[in-house]
Design a protein around this ligand. Structure first.
Ligand SMILES: Cc1cc2nc3c(=O)[nH]c(=O)nc-3n(C[C@H](O)[C@H](O)[C@H](O)COP(=O)(O)OP(=O)(O)OC[C@H]3O[C@@H](n4cnc5c(N)ncnc54)[C@H](O)[C@@H]3O)c2cc1C
Length: 519
């Protein structure tokens, strides 16, 4: 049984199909996945076959070569994970807009219960809402996102308030870990007949995605780009060649961080020239790795168990887990800050809009809306890294090249957009568009709360200044004084197509991974 707090049931009792379907749209993994575990449990209980469909849509604003490649590389890992089990796994890449909707409708009609990932933002949220509205089967929406379930029955306006809640409820969350490897528990299931799969695709006029297509995209370089060129998506955002998607790469990167860098995390994570943070956000975003796995392996490494915990009940950030300082600092990011974003977006529908910023922050920004800006740039100037500020330009070029901006510089990047646009609404719009388009971890709850933080969300008032009002201000000069940035600026000083990454030795380097070509 998965925890009740992670399951929402719609259209109860409707549906007479001959299988359980799991529509894998955000927790794109075969392990540590509440959604998959729930679908297997249902299939066992009802003695029905289980079909897992992992779709990738093109009919959304930011579909591009970068995110498509990352997700499709993950499909290859998932395909392997299900290969020896009776569970039917179908990776499916949409070939024309809204084709996936017709396919989903057919699968809903054929399902006894339709299980779908519950993700609070962007396209996956829309897909889930459509699935519920079709009304032809019982829909189970499963939250496999964070350590804290994203609908705890209340909202949190600060990290402090979530920490206090966490201190009180930690025992509950520690009991909500999913199974590390749920597939073997479906080993007695019957297999869904292949002819039926073909018929469902044919009835909805949808082509089955050939293995060859997936393999080609996993090859990246020209073969991959050539394969992607047939899709109506944005081809101007290229794949990040040195960051491969999928559970395998996620695990490589995670293990490398756990073994080599976690113990210097609090010191190094803010240093732009050090590879001090985990780099896991794209993998967490697409669900290629789970927070529960990360936590479980930390606990195992440090031989930690719940008896070592002393929850202080005072909202304290660290010093209560009974783990080393760096580990607690990492836990605060991957639990408190990450889950704060999911909980916020699950309850605040306009999370990506200026109106979702706290009242006090909106007021102070509006009061300073007519203040003279030192510089004003258009969207294109920002996008092409054409400001007067070499550090800002380098951060923007890193976003275009690596699909990421360094942790600390990401905050500076946002603050300067606020300072150099005519209004805070425009600043928010630009930040969301730039991040959603170029970042591998974009279109995530933490995209909208991270950008919201730039405008005062989850923060407090600071000394009043021009343009910012009481919003926390950051400056390039003080960043340069605090941290080394020369090498960073040099690395990202040339046009994106000619750049080297600063961290080309990261464990998930694509050249280490080879896919077997099969028919
Ligand atoms: C303007 C702006 C935009 C942002 N856009 C995104 C985004 O599109 N996607 C995204 O996942 N995060 C975003 N963040 C939050 C944060 O910057 C990234 O999560 C972090 O830099 C990812 O790097 P990492 O995986 O190496 O993090 P690590 O430091 O290794 O942390 C581990 C994980 O904890 C979570 N985490 C860390 N810091 C934060 C934070 N401040 N808020 C929420 N979760 C956090 C992430 O899931 C991260 O992968 C944004 C922040 C700002 C200020």
């Amino acid at each position: 049984m998965i925890p009740e707090s992670r399951l929402r049931i719609f259209n109860q009792g409707i549906g007479s199909g001959d299988c359980i379907v799991y529509w894998m749209i955000s927790a794109r993994r075969s392990s540590w996945n509440h959604g998959l575990e729930h679908a297997i449990n249902l299939a066992n209980e009802r003695n029905l076959p289980l079909v897992v469909v992992e779709p990738l849509a093109i009919a959304h604003r930011w579909a591009n070569d970068r995110s498509h490649t990352f997700v499709i590389q993950g499909m290859m890992d998932n395909k392997r994970a299900f290969e020896d089990s009776p569970i039917t796994y179908i990776p499916y890449v949409e070939t024309k807009p809204n084709e996936a909707r017709g396919l989903m409708e057919r699968w809903i009609e054929n399902a006894s219960i339709f299980v779908i990932d519950d993700f609070p933002v962007y396209h996956p949220r829309r897909v889930m809402e459509i699935a519920i509205s079709i009304g032809k089967s019982e829909i189970h929406c499963v939250d496999s996102n964070g350590f804290v379930a994203m609908r705890p029955g209340r909202t949190f306006t600060t990290a402090y308030s979530l920490r206090r809640h966490l201190h009180k409820s930690i025992l509950q969350h520690m009991s909500e870990f999913p199974s590390p490897n749920p597939i073997p528990s479906g080993s007695e299931l019957s297999r869904y007949p292949e002819e039926k799969v073909r018929k469902i695709f044919a009835d909805s006029d949808t082509p089955i995605t050939p293995y060859e297509f997936i393999w080609r995209i996993c090859e990246v370089q020209d073969i991959g780009l050539d394969a992607l060129s047939v899709l109506i998506i944005d081809h101007s955002v290229p794949p990040v060649q040195h960051v491969a998607g999928g559970a395998k790469s996620a695990n490589k990167r995670w293990n490398e961080f756990l073994n080599e860098r976690l113990m210097s995390y609090s010191e190094n994570r803010n240093q732009p020239e050090l590879n001090g943070s985990s780099g896991l956000s794209p993998y967490l975003h697409f669900g290629h790795i789970s927070t529960h796995q990360i936590l479980s392996e930390i606990f195992e490494t440090f031989k930690w168990d719940i008896s070592q915990i002393t929850p202080p009940n005072d909202g304290r950030r660290a010093g209560w887990w009974g783990l080393p300082k760096d580990v607690e600092s990492f836990l605060d990011q991957v639990i408190t800050w990450r889950d704060l974003g999911f909980i916020h977006c699950a309850t605040v529908k306009n999370h990506h809009k200026f109106e979702s910023i706290p009242e006090w922050a909106q007021q102070t920004l509006k009061l300073h809306e007519n203040d003279e800006r030192p510089y004003l740039y258009s969207f294109e100037e920002f996008e092409n890294a054409e400001t007067h500020d070499e550090l800002w330009n380098a951060a923007q070029r890193q976003l275009r090249t690596d699909g990421m901006i360094h942790n600390y510089l990401r905050m500076l990047w946002g603050k300067k957009i606020l300072e150099w646009t005519p209004t805070p609404e425009i600043a928010m719009e630009y930040m969301v568009a730039l991040n959603d388009k170029w970042a591998l971890d974009g279109r995530d709850p933490n995209t909208y709360t991270g950008i919201g933080w730039v405008l005062g969300k989850f923060d407090r008032g600071w000394t009043e200044r021009p343009v910012y009002g009481k919003i926390r201000c950051m400056t390039t000069d003080s960043t340069k004084r605090k941290y080394r940035t020369k090498k960073y600026i040099e690395t990202y000083s040339v046009s994106p197509s000619k750049q080297q990454t600063l961290f080309s030795n990261v464990a998930a380097n694509h050249s280490n991974i080879h896919y077997e070509r099969r028919n």
